[in-house]
Design a protein. Structure first.
Length: 334
């Protein structure tokens, strides 16, 4: 009888242990809070750190179940964010997010993964500097009129009469030696190289363009109500970028899954440019950590927008455009 009781007790213990294990697994799953991040374009190396954080389990480590949604030419990230279709979005530039706030969307930037905006102007081989672009036709997207173009006009004396629409094709550039075009230093330069064009690219950030890029920007309500999730996303994303630059293979596999048109050559080229130009690790990131932002530089960008009447200072104050508290406890050095 005693032996039978002992056996039943042990069996009950095993059942209880198994039940507790299942409960623990369920609790672990429940602890992974769902979080949606919308990028600014089709999946590419410029998004690598975020994909890396998914691929290597960094988001899960910090308690998040993250879904990355691709943007694209017909995707308005700010509208989708305001409609609740994402928790945070990737701003192509921090200045763009400031303008959205001035236009009535309560959006705030909590981190910027690129210290330098990757936007460049690309000329043919005779163009050796921005100054050499005077008098040439410059192909820019309509959005540039609300961003870097006023800055270039002030700095280099360019005129609106020089501009023509950029159609996100390199063919007009290839067909006209007197043409300059916009492009990411990490992307369009690759397409031109593959086409055999002899071209020189010039990064606006290297001559003082103040905007941060590749932001984590969220609605005020999300920051207020889900501050722990936002903090976890910022931390894991920054760790993801450090990991991606060290070994991009895991992130690249997910990028190619989301964007089957992406090639290994393009990815390798873009990662090399990210490193060469210090887009992620240069500037203040070298000493303060990846993703860092400073009040002084945020104000410089804000003042540029005000001076060029691109925002109304009566509608948005500089301190409303960013929330730097999520970076205070994070210092992931390159």
């Amino acid at each position: 009888m005693q032996r039978r009781t002992s056996f039943s007790f042990k069996r009950s213990g095993r059942v209880l242990a198994a039940g507790l294990a299942l409960l623990a697994a369920g609790a672990s799953q429940a602890a992974e809070e769902k979080f949606v991040y919308l990028t600014n374009w089709f999946a590419q190396a410029e998004h690598g750190g975020f994909y890396q954080a998914v691929a290597t389990g960094l988001y899960k480590k910090h308690g998040l179940d993250v879904t990355i949604k691709m943007g694209g030419p017909q995707v308005n990230g700010v509208q989708l964010l305001a409609a609740g279709q994402a928790d945070c979005i990737m701003g192509s530039s921090q200045l763009q997010m400031t303008q959205a706030r001035s236009n009535g969307v309560p959006i705030v930037t909590v981190a910027a993964l690129f210290q330098k905006d990757p936007q460049a102007l690309i000329g043919h081989e005779d163009v050796k500097s921005f100054e050499d672009m005077k008098g040439k036709t410059i192909l820019i997207a309509s959005t540039a009129q609300q961003g870097y173009w006023p800055w270039l006009k002030t700095k280099y004396g360019f005129t609106d009469a020089q501009t023509r629409p950029y159609t996100f094709s390199i063919q007009p550039f290839l067909a006209d030696k007197n043409t300059v075009q916009q492009g990411y230093i990490t992307s369009e330069t690759y397409a031109l190289q593959k086409a055999g064009a002899k071209a020189n690219a010039f990064l606006m950030a290297d001559v003082g363009y103040p905007s941060y890029a590749t932001t984590v920007s969220c609605m005020d309500s999300t920051v207020a109500k889900r501050s722990k999730a936002v903090q976890a996303f910022v931390q894991a994303s920054i760790e993801g970028w450090k990991s991606y630059l060290a070994d991009p293979a895991p992130g690249n596999a997910l990028i190619k899954k989301d964007n089957p048109q992406m090639t290994d050559d393009q990815l390798a080229f873009s990662v090399a440019k990210l490193k060469e130009y210090g887009l992620v690790t240069g500037g203040d990131a070298a000493k303060n950590g990846i993703g860092t932002m400073t009040e002084a530089r945020v104000k410089e960008g804000y003042d540029f927008l005000v001076a060029n009447k691109l925002i109304d200072p009566a509608k948005v104050r500089v301190e409303q455009t960013v929330n730097l508290q999520f970076l205070k406890g994070v210092k992931v050095l390159p």
